[in-house]
Design a protein around this ligand. Structure first.
Ligand code: UDP
Length: 407
């Protein structure tokens, strides 16, 4: 993958600007740290981001913390609680978090001049700052606008030791004693997940999963996670199915840092078991071409989340000019402008009504798809995200100067 390949899509000016910025930070090493190498949006972005930064001559790396099952049970509960969901949080859970953080602190190599730590799981690594210095930035990918106070008050003292924090939306900003910047996530238009595909390849994937190409297809691509509301999607499909023939695809895989996936998958399989038109697909990691094909084959895409940090799947679908119906939560609200780039809904009933409207109006689908594509092109492509990270590096090196404004 080379930056030159993006020129045609985003214009030469954008690429030139990236080179100019890269020149100013080439002496710095950006080390990313998160909790999983695959599965979920953070891994998706880093997989695409690191090669592009390197292509710009910037030293960028990515390391993953270690954790056992109890640790990831705890951090998944923290994740849900920070999203505002009810979770029982005990002192023992805080102890498990502290102990795994200590273990990682003993084993981890901190190689970056700028250490970019993603999400709560590795947030405790900041303890090393007092020994080794460097610039530390906490990158929050989740919606912490209304966090469960107990977990947030546990996490906040870690966060406030960082030099700065990055959030995906202004709504997520918190009262913090450190600077906060807004950086939206992004998709890579040239990746296997998003690039154009020949018709035959799309049809082959439908054939493989026994999906009928002749009848409307509703799709949600997501980890099997309650906050993605797969059962709500099935409920909406059932309401639609009474009035229009259609099929539903619920496709997703797991992530090593998400221990709830298997249980949610079982619930979904059970809810779907009596209907051969509901296709529950458990996809292995690196199913990017298949996911691309499934979305391209869809009539309507759903992302009916109950809470959402950003929801990369929304931009991935808008980019493919698909009409998208999303839960009116978190980062979905910056991607779907209601009635312009898709529809926002608050319930399975609302989703069903919008699905019916879209199934009956091909022109509307095309209009939403086109504006959705333009919206992603202007706001949520990887090249913009690379620029923001270069600016973060620059700002990290010059913390007391107003040298940059993040886009
Ligand atoms: N994804 C995937 N395989 C799956 C399910 C999801 O590759 O089985 C991808 C999806 O296409 C998107 C990312 O994982 O790129 C999920 O990011 P999102 O922000 O939508 O949700 P998260 O999982 O981070 O909550």
């Amino acid at each position: 993958m080379s930056l030159q390949e993006y020129k045609e899509l985003v214009g030469a000016d954008v690429i030139d600007e990236l080179h100019l910025l890269a020149d100013r930070v080439r002496h710095l090493h950006l080390q990313n740290i998160n909790s999983t190498p695959v599965g979920g949006g953070v891994a998706e972005i880093l997989t695409r981001m690191i090669p592009l930064l390197r292509d710009l001559g910037v030293r960028a790396s990515w390391d993953v913390i270690k954790g056992d099952q109890p640790f990831f049970n705890v951090t998944k509960a923290f994740h849900n609680a920070l999203h505002g969901a009810h979770e029982v949080i005990t002192e023992e859970m805080f102890e498990i978090f502290r102990a795994t953080t200590e273990m990682n602190l003993r084993e981890f190599q901190f190689t970056g001049d700028v250490v970019l730590v993603h999400d709560p799981q590795p947030a405790g690594l900041i303890a090393r700052k007092k020994d080794i210095g460097r610039r530390w930035v906490w990158r929050c990918h989740i919606d912490i606008s209304v966090p469960e106070p107990k977990v947030w008050e546990f996490l906040r003292p870690y966060v406030e030791q960082y030099d700065a924090s990055l959030f995906s939306m202004p709504d997520f900003a918190q009262r913090l004693r450190i600077p906060q910047f807004m950086v939206c996530p992004s998709i890579d238009p040239l990746s296997d997940k998003n690039r154009e595909l020949p018709k035959e390849q799309i049809e082959a994937v439908l054939y493989k999963y026994l999906i009928d190409p002749e009848r409307p297809i509703l799709t949600q691509i997501s980890r099997f996670d309650r906050l993605k509301d797969p059962l709500g999607v099935i409920a909406a499909y059932r309401m639609v199915k009474k009035r229009r023939d259609c099929q539903l695809i619920l496709a997703g895989g797991g992530a090593p840092d998400d221990p709830e996936g298997a249980e949610v998958l079982r619930e979904v399989q059970e809810a779907a078991s009596s209907d051969p038109d509901i296709h529950v697909l458990l996809l292995p990691p690196f199913s990017d071409l298949e996911i691309n094909a499934l979305v391209r084959a869809s009539t309507v895409v759903l992302q009916k989340s109950i809470r959402e940090g950003f929801g990369l799947t929304v931009s991935e679908s808008l980019w493919k000019r698909k009409p998208v119906i999303g839960g009116a939560v978190g980062g979905i609200k910056v991607q779907i402008i209601n009635g312009v780039t898709g529809f926002l809904v608050h319930s399975p009933e609302g989703a069903a009504q919008r699905i019916l409207q879209l199934l009956d109006d091909k022109d509307l689908c095309e209009r939403l798809g086109e504006t959705g594509h333009q919206h992603v092109k202007e706001n949520f492509l990887l090249t913009r995200h690379v620029k923001d990270y270069l600016l973060v590096m620059l700002a990290a090196e010059h913390p007391n100067e107003d040298v940059v404004t993040l886009s």
